[in-house]
Design a protein around this ligand. Structure first.
Ligand code: THU
Length: 130
């Protein structure tokens, strides 16, 4: 287990709440704020499919809407052997609020990989271009 064991455990727990009746692909995320608080999220699917929201964005929007700013890491847990990285839309949102944080990928077997956002999302568009 990595140094991120508690964060991964929180993401795994959040995955239990996934609403994923269409894909059956359940995802949990956990976001560590600089305050020390952890915000969790799960994917929330919709019958229209397109309105589905990923676990990572649920966690981030929960934290931001609670007034939290500044984050140290985000964890993502799925059941698959191939550890699941955040989708493109989530990478943009993670970059906006978290910048170059470690992204901790894990699965139910406890396999763990850590990638930095600058590796997953090179040459991002952000406020520095506005
Ligand atoms: N999903 C996430 O929640 N996060 C990811 O990083 C990848 C994909 C969700 C969206 C959808 O509910 C399901 O996984 C299949 O794409």
């Amino acid at each position: 287990m990595s140094d991120y064991g508690k964060l991964v455990a929180a993401a795994k727990q959040a995955r239990e709440n996934a609403h994923a009746p269409y894909s059956n692909f359940r995802v949990g995320a956990a976001l560590l704020a600089k305050s020390g608080r952890v915000y969790t999220g799960c994917n929330v699917e919709n019958a229209t499919y397109g309105l589905t929201v990923c676990a990572e964005r649920v966690a981030i929007l929960k934290a931001i809407s609670e007034g939290e700013r500044g984050f140290d890491a985000i964890a993502v847990v799925t059941h698959t052997d191939a550890l699941t990285p955040p989708c493109g839309a989530c990478r943009q949102i993670i970059w906006e609020f978290c910048g170059d944080v470690p992204v901790v990928l894990s699965n139910l077997k406890g396999q763990v990989e850590v990638h930095r956002m600058s590796e997953l999302f090179p040459r991002p568009f952000d406020a520095s271009f506005l």
